[in-house]
Design a protein around this ligand. Structure first.
Ligand SMILES: [Zn+2]
Length: 78
């Protein structure tokens, strides 16, 4: 394994790390539900993109609730 001959000085190390800063995610407002959402992506809270319901989140939510209820009823029945 190659081993550095000299210890990297703190100034050089810090200069290298001066580019490592993170930036906060840029968020746009969803025109459908007004929630902050990443631009050019389907809104994660309402599933709309370019005025169309792409993910049908409400339908999926209703289906999941129905499934949950059915499971609960089955557990009670036993
Ligand atoms: Zn939305």
């Amino acid at each position: 394994m190659a081993v550095p001959k000299k210890k990297t000085p703190s100034a050089r190390r810090n200069r290298r790390r001066s580019h490592h800063g993170l930036t906060a995610a840029k968020l746009a407002k969803c025109p459908q539900c007004q929630e902050p959402t990443p631009p050019h992506q389907v809104c994660p809270s309402c599933g709309y993109y370019k005025g169309r319901d792409v993910l049908k989140i409400e339908a999926k939510k209703a289906k999941a609730e129905a499934k949950k209820k059915a499971r609960k009823d089955r557990a009670k029945g036993k």
